[in-house]
Design a protein around this ligand. Structure first.
Ligand SMILES: [Zn+2]
Length: 297
């Protein structure tokens, strides 16, 4: 009888919930689900089961902006970040790493910022080398990272150092990493000293808008994660098996900044239908397993 009532309740509740905005539902969760770890769906349309919390402070890192509650990631991400932070300290990037947003406790779309970061496999790392790892919670809200890209977007600033280069190389060389997003000027700078042997890791460093005060690491789907959707095209395809130091990179400091005038002839209806933004996704838009992630203990 009880199961029957439960079933009826679920059936009645489900459609209404399916229509609800996913960022409201996932943004309201304060704890990870007690499930086996699993990235569900894609980086920009999904959720995450069984996430782990990045401890707020470690021997070589601090999690920043704790009020946002986004220091949760897949176990593989937490391992990656703690290991990279030790490397950061060893190569002289201050005392380790300041780590920004990873994911919400159960992943999913967010109420502010980020189209991605939904499955626990994305993390933002500050370009500011940590001088202290004993910042208070309030200090971690107040301080800001530093821009390594000039205001005109064309070059790096004096904040960019060889140690930044070494840190990004170390991160991109990690086999768990799928790609890393940086401001185009950063990649252009890294391309200046590129050798043939750098191709494999350098092709993982991808230019994107913004990202002047942090870099964004995206991990591959872990082995056996059957609900996780790998990103395509791969970085090898995007860079045509090269290092990505090519005209598609230079586009960011030419046509992107000064768009050529269009001839205005293209009819409107040739535009592809606009995809929903992260903040417009409803629960029904996400993989159905995300309903279990929300409902789990
Ligand atoms: Zn990011």
């Amino acid at each position: 009888m009880l199961t029957r009532i439960l079933l009826i309740t679920l059936l009645l509740a489900a459609p209404a919930r399916a229509d609800e905005l996913a960022n409201q539902l996932f943004g309201a969760m304060s704890d990870p689900s007690r499930q086996d770890p699993m990235p569900v769906g894609s980086y920009s349309k999904g959720c995450a089961a069984g996430l782990a919390e990045l401890p707020e402070t470690g021997t070589t890192w601090q999690a920043m902006r704790l009020s946002r509650g986004r220091n949760f990631g897949q176990p593989v991400m937490i391992d990656f970040l703690t290991e990279l932070s030790a490397t950061a300290r060893d190569i002289g990037f201050g005392q380790g790493l300041y780590i920004g947003d990873i994911s919400q406790p159960r992943g999913g779309p967010m109420t502010s910022g980020h189209a991605s970061h939904q499955i626990g496999l994305d993390a933002d790392i500050w370009m500011l080398p940590p001088r202290s790892l004993s910042l208070s919670e309030a200090e971690r809200e107040a301080i800001s990272s530093i821009p390594v890209r000039s205001a005109d977007q064309r070059s790096v600033t004096e904040n960019w150092t060889k140690v930044h280069h070494a840190l990004l190389k170390a991160a991109a060389s990690d086999p768990r990493v799928d790609r890393i997003f940086v401001a185009a000027a950063v990649k252009i700078e890294m391309c200046k000293t590129a050798k043939n042997k750098d191709k494999k890791w350098l092709q993982k460093i991808r230019p994107v808008a913004g990202h002047d005060t942090h870099f964004h690491v995206r991990l591959k789907c872990p082995k056996g994660a059957r609900l996780c959707e790998t990103q395509t095209p791969t970085v090898a395809v995007l860079s045509k098996n090269g290092d990505g130091c090519d005209e598609t990179l230079m586009w960011w400091v030419t046509d992107y900044l000064n768009p050529p005038k269009s001839d205005g002839k293209k009819p409107k209806d040739e535009d592809p239908p606009r995809k929903k933004g992260a903040r417009e996704l409803t629960l029904a838009d996400l993989p159905k397993q995300c309903q279990d992630v929300l409902a789990a203990d």
